[in-house]
Design a protein around this ligand. Structure first.
Ligand code: PGA
Length: 267
């Protein structure tokens, strides 16, 4: 029998505000989080909590959160370090704000802005090079699931992206499985469907990146709510959630944090 202790994967609840929010909303949101925080958390070790507002709200949200143990991140970064890319934001600019996280390859970026797997890989490389912690989003469309190609599609997205990852930087990588058919639709993957894909993702990460890859947190996203969070978080390979709509309302987000806190960290 081995004495080796399996690494404890970080458990993370992340809120993606997409193109929502305002200065006023940030003030009341932070007040509500602060008022309900200790009741929601309650256990040791607590989950890590992240919020991804629009670029223009990063600093205000961070200031509003104050002493709350909630980190903020950007929703995307450009692959290049600098240059004539009007409207874009470099990873180093995010880091320069003291912000530590970014989403990479969210399905809305892939679908609406033509981000291919190769573009996503470039962004992942840039984020890691700038010392950001990336949440790499992957997930299949409804057609791909119906045709039995869901796992193959996700494996392809992962393989292209992590080919860009330097082995020494793997410890900073977080993956989010977000089936496109479940995002913003109210149709959540069942815990069993999500668990099956998370198991597949963990196998790919372990095969390609070794034990450090197997230790990457893998979050589920796609219509996570305060009602379904506990069942999803109870799955052995689900290490938290990437929450869109339900993260826009602080009381709902607090309930999802509470569901994660009850689940705790798992070996
Ligand atoms: P949703 O969004 O929770 O509103 O489905 C999730 C996401 O897009 O990250």
């Amino acid at each position: 029998m081995s004495d080796a202790v399996a690494p404890v994967r970080q458990f993370i609840v992340a809120g993606n505000w997409k193109m929502h929010g305002s200065r006023d909303m940030i003030g009341s949101y932070c007040e509500t989080l602060r008022a309900g925080w200790s009741q929601a958390i309650g256990t040791t070790p607590p989950p890590s909590v992240l919020l991804f507002p629009s670029y223009c709200h990063l600093e205000r949200l961070r200031a509003g959160l104050g002493e709350l143990p909630v980190e903020v991140g950007a929703q995307s970064v450009h692959a290049e370090v600098a240059g004539a890319f009007t409207g874009e934001t470099a990873a180093a600019m995010i880091r320069d704000l003291g912000v530590g996280w970014t989403l990479v390859g969210h399905s809305e970026r892939r679908t609406l802005y033509g981000e291919t797997d190769a573009v996503v890989a470039g962004k992942l490389r840039a984020a890691l090079a700038a010392e950001l912690k990336p949440v790499l989003c992957v997930g299949e469309t409804l057609d791909q699931r119906r045709s039995g190609a869901a796992e193959a599609r996700v494996e392809q997205q992962l393989a292209t992206a992590i080919a860009a990852v330097d082995a020494g930087l793997v410890a900073r990588l977080v993956v989010a499985y977000e089936p496109v058919w479940a995002i913003g639709t109210g149709e959540t993957a069942t815990p069993e469907i999500a668990q099956a894909m998370h198991e597949c993702i963990r196998r790919v990460l372990a095969d390609r990146l070794g034990p450090a890859g197997a230790g990457c947190p893998v979050l589920y996203g796609g219509s996570v709510t305060e009602q379904n969070a506990a069942a999803l978080f109870a799955q052995p390979d689900i290490d938290g959630g990437l929450v869109g709509g339900a993260a826009l309302e602080a009381p709902r987000f607090l309930q999802i944090i509470a569901a994660a806190a009850k689940r705790g960290s798992k070996p």
